[in-house]
Every structure is written in C-alpha cells, then in structure tokens.
Design a protein around this ligand. Structure first.
Ligand code: ZN
Length: 249
C-alpha cells in the first residue's frame, strides 16, 4: 500500500475555483490538482502553511481523532458510544445548522469532554464563496459553536479568508485523511490509510455524516482497537471555549 494515494478527476469546464498556491486555475495541471487529495499530508505542504495546525509534535503515543460535519442523530451518538468504550476523547468540527437542529447531541459531545470546532454554518467551500459571505457564515456558526478551533470545509480557504480567520482561530487541518468520504474506498482501505500513516501526534480526519455512516461503523472500531492495542491513547485537541469570531469585528 503506498503512503500516498492520489485520485484525480477532471474539473468541469465551468469551474471557477482557484487555489491559493497555484497561479493559474485554468491550466490542465491545476485542474487535475484541484481534485486530488493525499491521504498523508506532505511535510512540504505543512511547512508552506505553518499557521495551520497539521499535527501535534510529540513522541508520545497519542492520536487526535477528528470528526467533521455533524452532529447528526444517525451517526454522532454512535460515535460517542464507541469513543466512550475506549475511553477516547476526540474533536468534532461541527456544522452550525446541524448544531441548531440537534442541540442535545451537541451538548452530549461537550459533556463527554470532547472538543468542538467551527466548520462554518452551512459547510461552505471557501474557494467558491465571496469573502464576506464566507466570514459571515463562520460568524453565524460561532454563535452556536463557541470554540477557538476552526476547520475549513474541504480544507479550502482563499488567502484573504485565511489571513482573517487565523487572527481569530487556530485553523486545524490534518496529517492523515481516512478517506471515509470517498465512495471509491472501502472501509478496509480506509483502515489501511489510517494504520499505515498515523504517527504520534497525528490529527486524523473522519466524518460523522449520513454519507459515511456505513463505512465509519466498520472503520472506527477497528482504528480504535488497532491503536489501543499499540498502547496509544486518544485525546481531544486543546480548545478555548470562546465565541471567537462571533464577537469580533
Ligand atoms: Zn466538512
């Protein structure tokens, strides 16, 4: 199994996306790069964006599991039960509208000692959204998710969005993607992605969403079992409970 898995899909001709590190969004090369992702974030990428949190530097056997896009009743309570079984803490990057719809589940996350982070109110893609609209959406989410942690949906921010948000938030990315969101990957492949690439201090991405539900129910217990068997513990990312952007500007 290679460390890096690259999936490439051509961009539709009408695509207007632009990448901050790529000068011309219309070249074939850029179009291909826009739709590939790496299971393991290369050190070079991490070094180019040092203000982002990619992993926690440590030699201690500790992993930071993160769950994006919830909370939703179909998946999140099950994730919480599973984490509790292993005495594991994690970090949930919540979509504001889901928090509004399911406040009891959101409170259960906090009550269990997990961290939460802002994932915008409507799961916006920064590359396709005007700065003002995007930041307004983050602020809207900040009214219900009081945390200094932020993760951009799809990992996509334009430079001005990034510059503004990093003044107010710790922007959390990852060094390992499970790939659970990718319909081409089986649970076994996702397990391999995590087991082959995680290291002490890794920040690992999963999703508590309807789309990933079936896969996660196979994947998560195995990840917990595998790393618990190697004497790892699972911790929540440090969080300050504050409204952050909600009170700014
Ligand atoms: Zn997301």
């Amino acid at each position: 199994m290679p460390v890096y898995q690259v999936y490439v899909r051509p961009l539709p001709a009408s695509g207007k996306s632009s990448a901050f590190f790529l000068p011309n969004p219309n070249t074939i090369c850029t179009r291909l790069i826009l739709y590939m992702y790496l299971v393991k974030t290369p050190k070079l990428v991490q070094a180019l964006l040092p203000a982002y949190l990619w992993r926690i530097p440590t030699r201690e056997k500790i992993l930071f599991l993160t769950f994006d896009d919830g909370p939703i009743p179909e998946v999140t309570p099950w994730v919480l039960d599973m984490l509790q079984t292993y005495n594991a803490k994690a970090t949930f990057f919540c979509v504001g509208e889901n928090v509004r719809r399911h406040p009891v589940i959101f409170q259960r996350i906090l009550g269990a000692g997990h961290s939460v982070g802002n994932h915008t109110y409507n799961h916006l893609n920064g590359w396709n959204t005007e700065n003002k609209t995007y930041l307004h959406n983050v602020r809207h989410c900040a009214h219900v998710v009081k945390s200094n942690l932020f993760r951009p949906p799809y990992g996509r921010l334009l430079p001005r969005q990034r510059a503004f948000l990093q003044e107010h938030y710790q922007i959390v990315m990852w060094d390992v993607l499970s790939g659970d969101f990718d319909f081409r990957q089986t649970a076994a492949q996702c397990l391999e992605n995590v087991c082959a690439n995680a290291q002490p201090g890794s920040i690992i991405v999963f999703h508590d969403s309807v789309k990933t539900n079936d896969k996660l129910r196979v994947l998560l217990p195995r990840v917990l079992d595998y790393f618990a068997g190697k004497d790892y513990r699972f911790a929540a990312l440090p969080m300050q409970k504050q409204a952050a952007l909600a009170t700014a500007g």
